[in-house]
Structures are given as structure tokens and as C-alpha cells.
Write a protein that binds this ligand. Sequence first.
Ligand code: UT7
Length: 345
Amino acid sequence: MLQPKAPSGPQGIGLAGLGSYVPERIFTNEEWARRVDTSHDWIVERTGIERRRFAAADQTTLDLAEAAARAALTDAGLEPSEIGEIVVATDTPEVYIPDTSAFLQERLGLGEVPAYDLAGSGCAGFLQAVDVARSRVAAYPDRRILVVGVELLSRLMNWNDRETCVLFGDAAGATVVSKGGRVGEILSSDAGTDGSRADILSLEAGGTRLPFSVEGAQRGDHQRVVMRGREVFREAVRRMADSSRRALAAAGLSIDEVDLLVPHQANLRILRAVSRALEIDEERVFVNVQEYGNTGSASVPLALDQARSEGRLHAGDRVLLTAFGAGFHWSSLVLRAGPGIERSE
Ligand code: UT7
């Protein structure tokens, strides 16, 4: 199938700051084993996940998004009033209407700037949003765009379905996309969609196809995440590897020139299979899925921020980011780390 050509070449647009937030509450595999028919060993062997964070009962998506956004603004040395646009990627919005970005605009005390959500694209949402923000900065060169990936998946998932509940965690990650981003310049991107496989990872309830109803709520439709795990696994590996190759080709780089691969943290076995497919050694692959599980659209910015805090990134490094999510959507970016990457919190 013909793939759209990814834009290539430095355009002087990049990330001006990074921030992330994870809730305090650690939820262990043993706790899952007490609730559903599973075990710590099964979860570690099949997913690599050892624990994850869950938001407190009084926290909402907006709280997580705000914390990550404020951290990214501080890192970028920017006041909220200097932000000219907001994009929030989430599948777990604050409310159904309006979108989470509207609440975030008010909470951060921003000007009356454009704000919108990218919803429903699962774990690929954050990288898609960064790519959209880059094109908006190309159109409005003085604009600084706050991009947030946030998920409160513990409130959406079915706590009795062992095939999905053990996978997910709550988190938020954020960046500011602007001209001359000091944390990293975006060298290239790749993104695509295959809507023919929407059936293997979905949540239908609440849409026009399956509107909310009392009967549906009693059946638990609102939490019925449909996931055909093995098929999602195969697609995730193939799509992230192919998309990564295209993003690298668009940047004129080979995999040997990549200093760090920061993939969507879905499952350790998926990360290893992607690394094998790309022929990149595991020392150059950042992994934190053991700590946080799959945090959806927060996964990539959280991993990137953590890689930076751990001193894994240095000015001049070439960083490959790749993600895959419901839709199916996939998205990859190649960054060249700037001097601002060295500052770790
Ligand atoms: O970002 C996208 C979101 N989704 C994903 O990333 C999911 C991608 N897929 C996966 O990560 C893996 O497919 C899973 C971790 C979901 C499952 O691993 P798997 O190796 O593909 O296992 P499986 O689905 O083939 O299931 C093997 C067995 C089954 O039992 P039987 O039929 O062999 O008797 C499952 O019922 O494991 C069983 N099983 C469990 N056992 C204990 C499934 N979930 C669990 C569990 N604990 N939590």
C-alpha cells in the first residue's frame, strides 16, 4: 500500500520543554492477583509489568494533565500566558463534552487560545498531536503549542477482566512545541491509520452505535474494552517497526545512528520484538513498562521525560519515538536532542 511521504529535513521546530506526572498510588501485581484470576509471575512473564500507578479517587484527568503541563512549562521557562494553542491527546477525557483541552485552558489560566483534543487514537495520540502541533507552528511561527498526553485508564477499564485490566496505568506527559525547541528538534515524522482493524481494540459504549442506556450500564458496556490481544500484539510490532523505518528514512538516518529508541510502553515482549525487527540492541531502547504499565497516550512523553531525567540523553543524540494504538494508528518522530536535554530535574 502506498504510504504518504513523511516530511523530512530540519525545519527548526522542536520541543521546548518536557514534563510528566504519575499518581502516587502504586498498584502491584499481587493486588491484581487478589482481585482476578492472575498471578505476579504471569503478568511479568507475558507483559514485563511489575506495578503501575493509579490516580486517587479525587483526581481526574484534568489534574494529571495540569501537573504534567505545569512541569513542561517550567522546563521550557514559559509562563502560561506565552502558550498560543493547546492539544490534548486522551481516550479518558475529563467529561464527554467539552473536551479536556477546554478545561486545561481555564485551569492553567491561558489566554483565549485555540484548544482541542485528539481523542480515541489510543497510545499513538501524543505523537500524532506533536506532529499536528509542528505543522501549526510551521503555519504560525511564533506560536508555542502545549501538547499533553494523559490517561486515567483505571477509571475506564473493566476491573474484572484479567485480559485487559492488568495492562494499564494512569499518567500524563507534556511538551511545548515551538520554533527552535531547545530540548530537541523534530527531524522527521511518520503517521498512518488502518481503520479496517478497528474491531480488535475498541470501546463502543457511549457512541452513536451503542448509546448509553440503563441496560447497557447494568451489563457493564461502558467498561467493555474489546481487545484481541495476540492480534494487537502482532500489529503493534509490525506497525511500529515499519513506521520507525519510514521516519528514519525521511530523516536520512540509519538505525545505527539512533542513540535511543523510546517506544510506546505497551508490553516488554512487544518492545523486544520491535527492537529485533529494527535490529537495534536493547541497550539503546528505553523501557519503563515494568514501573508504569501501558499508560496510553501518556506513555511516550513519560518515557522520554524519564530517559532524560536518568541522564540517558545528551545534546546531539538522535532519538526515535514510535507509538501504536487503537484505530489502528501509528506515529513516529525522529528528534535531535538539543542543549536543553541535559537539564534533569
Ligand atoms: O497499546 C495497545 C494496548 N494493547 C496491548 O498492547 C496488548 C497487546 N497484547 C498483549 O500484550 C498480549 O497479547 C497479552 C499480554 C494481552 C496477552 O499475552 P499473550 O501471550 O498473547 O496471551 P494469550 O492472549 O495468548 O493468552 C494465553 C492464556 C489464555 O489462557 P488459555 O486460553 O491458554 O487457557 C488466557 O486466558 O493466558 C490467559 N490469560 C491470563 N492468565 C493469567 C490472559 N490474561 C491473563 C492474566 N492472568 N491476566
